[in-house]
Design a protein around this ligand. Structure first.
Ligand SMILES: CC(C)(COP(=O)(O)OP(=O)(O)OC[C@H]1O[C@@H](n2cnc3c(N)ncnc32)[C@H](O)[C@@H]1OP(=O)(O)O)[C@@H](O)C(=O)NCCC(=O)NCCS
Length: 216
């Protein structure tokens, strides 16, 4: 069996009602919430349970969706979402959060690779974008390390912690992604079916090489 939502290190899965405790603890990380978007008002246990219950029942809105990032045992370590998905243009944005105690273990990296591969290979997108506030060193470095390029800077886009902050826009095309992550794509390949992979490898040995898809 193969599952495109699982890499050698992490999984993307739907929200489950049991994730309320994780969500409650993420809301306590106000500096992480600020870096993600804004500092929220405190939320009670019943309200968090209701929010997470609603998340678990939520259907995708077009290709906009929110996933839980989990370890290989299914324990929630963070979340990631696809936003502003524009099918005609083939562009989408992503936002992500990893629980403080799970940071610097590669979970955001794996989650982004799984999400981008899905959007490019299964939903026919061709460009992934992400924004990071100018003070968000972790996110700036993460996006840079994944090969996303800085495409612009919008000035004074967030007011937080008593000041206005700029927003840095990053992006990566499908061609850049397939070249930058050829090793990861190979290590986490998900064949159509085992027998068709065997046939393809026999008659078309280059089938698993990164391919450039031309978009007219
Ligand atoms: C940004 C964030 C998602 C990173 O998650 P993470 O799981 O810790 O990131 P990874 O472990 O996958 O890091 C991959 C690479 O990104 C870079 N990176 C990540 N965190 C970093 C930090 N604090 N300082 C410098 N570089 C960092 C490193 O190059 C790292 O590779 P390395 O650990 O081998 O050096 C996490 O810090 C977070 O949730 N922050 C709060 C919310 C937020 O900022 N969301 C993003 C909004 S745009």
């Amino acid at each position: 069996m193969s599952n495109i939502w699982i890499s050698t290190k992490a999984k993307l899965r739907a929200w489950e009602p049991r994730d309320w405790e994780a969500q409650l603890s993420w809301r306590d990380d106000t500096s992480g919430e600020r870096a993600d978007s804004h500092v929220p008002f405190p939320v009670s246990v019943p309200a968090t349970k209701a929010d997470v219950e609603a998340m678990a029942l939520r259907k995708p809105d077009g290709d906009n969706f929110e996933w839980i990032i989990s370890d290989l045992d299914g324990n929630a370590v963070g979340c990631i979402g696809s936003h502003n998905c524009q099918r005609t243009n083939g562009t989408f944005e992503m936002g992500f959060f990893v629980s403080p105690e799970h940071r610097r273990k590669g979970y955001a990296r794996e989650a982004i690779l799984l999400l981008v591969r899905f959007m490019f290979n299964e939903r026919r997108y061709q460009k992934a974008n992400a924004d990071a506030y100018s003070y968000n060193e972790a996110s700036l470095k993460l996006l840079e390390s994944l090969g996303l390029q800085i495409e612009g800077r919008s000035r004074r886009m967030q007011f937080s912690n008593g000041a206005h902050h700029d927003l840095v826009r990053f992006g990566i095309t499908i061609e850049e992604f397939r070249i930058a992550h050829a090793d990861w794509l190979k290590a986490n390949a998900s064949p159509l079916y085992p027998w068709s992979a065997l046939l393809l490898a026999t008659y078309y040995p280059a089938y698993d090489q990164p391919r450039i898809r031309f978009v007219s």
